[in-house]
Each structure stands twice: as C-alpha cells, then as structure tokens.
Design a protein around this ligand. Structure first.
Ligand SMILES: *Cc1c(COP(=O)(O)O)cnc(C)c1O
Length: 466
C-alpha cells in the first residue's frame, strides 16, 4: 500500500495493524487466542475491568530482567578491561518503593535528585550508601539530609556547593564522597551528537574549570573526591557521543590523578529505547562493549590506569517495560487538502492524554499504539490518538495506523511509557493521575494507587474556610 500523504516519512503502512512489534513492547506482552493483548499472563480487559482506565502497566519480570541485564553487561565489559562498573538507576524516570526494590535487587544503585526521590528510596529500604544525589540547586536542608542519611555520593554541580557539602559533612562528622559534574561540550540526542568547546546549559562546570574545583574539593578533610561525572543527554542511539565525551573526560581525569586519587569516572545515562518501529537503538551489550573499548583505548593512549566507571540509565531500564491502557471514547474523521488531493486522518480520543503522558506535548515525542482488546481484519487507517484535555496539543500518538473499525469502547495500548510518563504526570484539568499496576506471572497488583477526586480536593484550603 502507498504511504499516506499525511503520514510522516518514517511511518510505513503495516502489513498487520494488530502486530505487537517486539522492539516496542515489553517481553511478556503477547496476544492470547482471542486476540486480546496480555501482559505477564493477564489480559488488558481484566486489567481495565479491575483497575479502570487509563492505567499504567509495568511488566515486572521484564523490568527486573532489564535491570539485571544492564548490570551484567557493564560489569562484564569493564571486568574485561581490568576495572569495574557501578550502575545507578536514574530514579527520575520512574520511582516508587516497589521499583526501587526491583532495581536494587538486580544489583543496581539509585540516583535521586530531590528530597522526595530521596524519601522514596529510603522508604523502600534502600541503603543510603547505594544512592547518588544529583541536582544543580540542592538546598542546604537537602544536602544536610543526604549527608545525615549517609548517602553514597553527592554530585557537586557548582562551586558554591563545595563548601556547602563540606560543612554539612563536617557537622555530621562524616567524610562525604563527592563527584564533580562537568560539561564535556558533547551533547547527544538520538542519532547525532554535537561536540563543542562549551555548552550553553545549566548543569555542571566547564571541563577547563575542573582542576581548580577538584583542588578546592581536596582542600576539605570532610570531602572524599570520587571522580568526574558527565551526562551528555538522553534517548541516545549510538556510542559515538559517549566515546567523544569519555575521551575528553579521561584527559582531565589523568591530569587530576597527578595530584591525588581519582577512583571513578561516571559517564551518566541516556541510552535510547524504541518508541516506534522506526527507532533502532544500539543494544545495551553493544553499547557497553563500545564504551569499554574506547575507555581502554584512551587510557592506553594517555598511559593512565583504567578507572572504575559508573553509569546512570533510567529510560533504558523502565521505559520499555511500561505500557498505558486507555479506552476509546470518540472517533472523528478529519479531511485535509494535500498536494495529492484530499486525505483523511482519524482522530481517536481516549480517556487520558497529556496529563499522563506529557512527552509528546513537551518534546514532540513519538509513540505507537495498538488495539488491545481485540484484533481486527479491517484495513489500516492513519490515526492520531488524542487525549481528553482542553488543549489541541493534547496528543498521545501523533501518527500510527490502526484497523479502520477502531471504535468507542475499544481498549488501546501505548507501549514504552514506563519512563518519564508517570513521573511527569500532572493533574491538568483536574484529572487524577492513573494507578500504576505491576503484572507478573498472571498476577496484577497496584504499586501506586490512582488519584481520586478526594485526593484532588484534599489540598484545596478554600474548603476549610467554607
Ligand atoms: C536524566 C538523567 C539520567 C538518566 O537519563 P536516561 O535518559 O533516563 O537514561 C542520568 N543521569 C543524569 C544526571 C540525568 O539527569
């Protein structure tokens, strides 16, 4: 079939608009004999009946497996070059106490970047020594709390923060391990990376300032310098940006070694995932091998020992394990003039939207969609999955094909919503945030309950005054 004049170039007409492409769905998603989408052995219809829609669904076994896989891939590749790798799960992608336990049980540490994220990790029973604390503007109270809790590492992000952390550590009689966040001038996104001398952004210090900052850190007895930290971006598909950034960091790392110990190098996160079948991210195994290779090569060239490394993936662990189930409420065909004549797009509106998935509105992010409650032999039509908010930019899936008989009452599933959807959710239009349901071995259970109308009214002080 010829491509649709309103469809983006990357979107091909599917041979089968019921197909659940393995690249974008979590590993325990399939269709049962009746064609109903199932996750971990539980059907989408059962999930919707029990928990309502919209609902975020996490494939627990898949999440645990991805966490363990990232851990083993980096451990293996860096052991092969004579060092070791720590992996921190970036909690901002999605954090609740259950997920904190899944990832720590898989051997990962956790990064937090706010008092709330710290509280969740601690409430999950994660040992504070396994936590890293990020942020470009941590308050004094936040720093104090992290130090008092015995946090594993604080990532220093500005010159002002050096004495602040040093004083907090001194007050608590601790020697606090710290990293220094630097800006390598490499910024990567999806296929490309940009490498400049300077980057125009709020995080970290320019690489040229690292030596002075580290000298300052080393002047405090209460601080223990762990090494440099850099995070070059997110949803990165290849290893080139990491390679360039690692090479730049290692040059400075080596200079720092001349004046004292630098046990680690943290290369951040940002490993990409497939949101649509057009996305083709490098596998974690290949990324780990490629990054280990460049670190080994650069260290040999600089004649410096290979440091232990740390990584901080969030999306790559939790993103592909999640999907969102919605119910279709209305459909509307819109006809538009194109160069090749009139073409139509079917707007399919669901019971959630930008409040449960802000990424399309925020970043123009692409997603895909399938009917979850049945299969259909109807010819595929170009659709746009819209939400129910009072905003024309309230789009969940800008472009995909669904069977042309998609209708009110159908359940639809949007894959790869595990990361940065629930964590970025809002109450826009006073919609309650949907529940998060974990499914494993035929059992579905709520791991974060949805918000009720009572929750939405609970903070409204005007009610008390009445
Ligand atoms: C957001 C962030 C990450 C995680 O990014 P992903 O794209 O989810 O892997 C890691 N480190 C830092 C410092 C971050 O800000």
């Amino acid at each position: 079939m010829a491509s649709h004049p309103l469809a983006p170039a990357w979107l091909a007409v599917p041979n089968d608009a019921n197909e659940l492409a393995p690249a974008v769905w979590s590993s325990n998603v399939t269709r049962n004999d009746s064609g109903v989408l199932t996750v971990g052995g539980v059907t989408a219809t059962e999930i919707a009946e029990t928990f309502g829609t919209p609902v975020y669904v996490l494939d627990e076994a898949d999440a645990r497996e991805r966490a363990a896989h990232v851990h083993s891939a980096f451990t293996r590749e860096f052991a092969a070059i004579g060092s070791s790798a720590k992996v921190y799960y970036a909690g901002k992608a999605f954090l609740c106490t259950e997920v904190a336990r899944w990832v720590t049980e898989a051997g990962l540490n956790i990064d937090v970047c706010s008092p709330g994220e710290l509280a969740v990790a601690l409430a999950a029973g994660v040992d504070a020594s396994r936590l890293g604390h990020h942020g470009n503007n941590k308050s004094l109270a936040e720093i104090d709390r992290s130090v008092a809790a015995g946090i594993g590492a604080i990532v220093i992000d500005s010159l002002q923060e050096i004495p602040r952390v040093a004083e907090a550590a001194h007050r608590h009689g601790r020697r606090q391990a710290v990293r220094l966040r630097v800006n390598s001038g490499v910024h990567a996104h999806t296929h490309d990376f940009l490498a400049t001398a300077h980057e125009d952004q709020k995080f970290g210090l320019p690489l040229e300032r690292a030596a002075d900052a580290v000298a300052n850190i080393r002047s405090y007895d209460s601080l223990d310098f762990l090494g440099l930290h850099c995070h070059i971006g997110s949803q990165i598909f290849g290893s080139d940006g990491f390679a360039e950034s690692a090479a730049r960091l290692l040059t400075v790392h080596r200079e720092l070694l001349e004046r004292g110990p630098v046990p680690e190098l943290n290369l951040g996160g940002g490993f990409g995932i497939a949101y649509t079948t057009a996305d083709d991210p490098e596998s974690i195994d290949n990324l780990a091998a490629a990054i280990a290779r460049i670190v080994a090569t650069e260290c040999a060239r600089l004649d410096t020992p290979v440091p232990n490394v740390a990584f901080e993936p969030g999306r790559a662990i939790i993103g592909p394990t999640g999907l969102t189930l919605y119910e279709v409420g209305t459909t509307k065909e819109v006809e538009l003039n194109t160069e090749t004549g009139i073409a139509s797009r079917l707007y399919v509106s669901v019971d959630g939207g930008m409040s449960d998935n802000a990424r399309p509105a925020l970043y123009g992010a692409d997603y895909s969609v399938r009917i979850a409650s049945r299969t259909s032999e109807a010819e595929p039509v170009l659709i746009r999955l819209a939400g129910k908010h009072c905003e024309s930019g309230d789009i969940v899936v800008s472009d995909d094909y669904l069977p042309g008989d998609v209708a009110p009452g159908d359940l639809v599933g949007v894959p790869a919503t595990g990361a940065y959807c629930w964590s970025l959710a809002s109450n826009y239009n006073y919609l309650g945030r949907p529940p998060v349901v974990a499914v494993r071995d035929g059992v579905a259970r709520v791991i974060v309950r949805g918000e009720t109308e009572a929750d939405l009214l609970a903070r409204d002080a005007g009610l008390d005054a009445r």
